[in-house]
Design a protein around this ligand. Structure first.
Ligand SMILES: *Cc1c(COP(=O)(O)O)cnc(C)c1O
Length: 375
């Protein structure tokens, strides 16, 4: 069976985790700081705050943006459910925007129509690694006095107008879940160029404690801490960070390989007229966190039949990006929401295996099998 994804981990990560364990300091400490520094170097961001996962990163981004009960935050429904959930955690309401047929990213025209007096922020997702048109959304946010938060869970190393995702807006959240391009088991990072946000994020991730565990541990004087506001335990461990440091060193190589595989898929499948393949706008570069194919109405088989056939041929597949508004957790709110483009993309697209390193015979076989089924 060819898996859908596979983390690129080896002895270096294992050794790094081992060394950290043997050091005797395993909770948030120097390795986390080092990982944050390497992450800033990589993305070009001014500040970075490591946390336990991207869902929590998004939650903290909401809090420092001042989102609270009664507010509305516009975000796509078509995203992993963590996007919308992070809004709900604050008591605010996620208002679902439609996405574009072209790149699965949020549709700016629909966003404009959804803005109300209650709207406080826009949560922008870079869909499966393909950057959204950040400038267009920055303008909408500026014109309407909204905060902009980027859900870049899948977009580490992706580029917009020649710069890495992480530098374009005030709050950008990343994930290191094994399904993403690099992993720390579980993990997340927030980048910002706002110093106030940076300081508050660092506090909020550890119960807003005035003195960190590491500071107290190394202090020669007696010191007592204060808890400055209601915070959270959203800390990353030094073991995770030790893995992340090694993963970051490989990231450029991983992305280069992923892009080669994506190009090969596009080359090999572009002759098949009943599918739509990913297209990369001129000013953007995707890390191809996933490779999604849309099945047009003229396909000789349905999406689910195609997925069954691929599975039977030993090729793991997944359905297109989920829609949150059709999940029980959201249906139960009773609100009737229709998002035809998102629903169509979710129901008629599928994802094929893409990971590094990938055997060339496997990619050839996948292309050949899809072409055969669709001919
Ligand atoms: C994976 C993902 C998340 C959640 O990331 P975790 O690190 O698993 O919490 C959030 N948003 C999007 C778009 C994702 O793909």
């Amino acid at each position: 069976m060819i898996p859908i994804a596979k983390p690129f981990l080896d002895k270096e990560e294992a050794q790094s985790a081992y060394d950290t364990i043997m050091s005797g300091w395993v909770a948030q400490g120097e390795r986390v700081e080092e990982f944050e520094g390497k992450f800033r170097e990589y993305t070009g961001a001014k500040y970075s705050v490591a946390v336990s996962n991207c869902t929590n990163a998004l939650h903290l981004a909401m809090i420092v943006s001042g989102i609270k009960a009664g507010d509305e935050v516009i975000c796509p429904s078509m995203s992993y459910i963590a996007t919308a959930n992070s809004v709900l955690y604050t008591g605010a309401k996620p208002v679902f925007a439609e996405v574009s047929q072209l790149d699965y990213n949020t549709d700016p025209e629909h966003v404009k129509k959804l803005i109300s007096e209650k709207t406080k922020a826009l949560l922008l997702v870079h869909q499966i690694g393909m950057p959204a048109d950040i400038e267009a959304f920055k303008k909408i946010c500026k014109d309407n006095n909204l905060k902009l938060i980027e859900d870049a869970a899948c977009a580490i190393g992706s580029e917009y107008k020649g710069e890495k995702i992480g530098v374009h807006s005030e709050l950008v959240c990343f994930s290191f879940h094994p399904r993403k391009v690099i992993t720390t088991g579980e993990g997340g990072m927030i980048t910002t160029y706002n110093e106030e946000y940076y300081k508050r994020l660092k506090l909020l991730r550890q119960h807003a404690i005035s003195i960190s565990g590491k500071e107290r541990h190394t202090s020669e004087e007696l010191s007592f801490e204060d808890h400055l506001e209601t915070g959270y335990n959203y800390r990353m461990t030094d073991i995770q960070a030790a893995i992340g440091i090694k993963q970051l060193e490989k990231l450029d190589k991983i992305i280069e390989e992923r892009r080669k595989i994506a190009e090969k898929y596009i080359d090999g499948l572009s002759g098949t007229d009943c599918i739509k393949l990913p297209t990369e706008p001129e000013d953007r570069k995707s890390n191809y966190q996933s490779f999604a194919i849309y099945l047009k109405k003229n396909s000789p088989v349905s999406r689910n039949e195609l997925m069954k056939k691929l599975l039977a041929a030993g090729i793991s597949v997944r359905k297109g990006v989920m829609t949150s508004h059709r999940e029980s957790a959201y249906i139960n709110s009773g609100e009737k929401i229709k998002l035809p483009v998102s629903e169509d993309l979710c129901d008629n697209s599928f994802m094929i295996p893409l990971y590094v390193p990938m055997d060339q015979r496997d990619t050839d076989y996948i292309i050949e099998t899809i072409r055969k089924i669709l001919s």
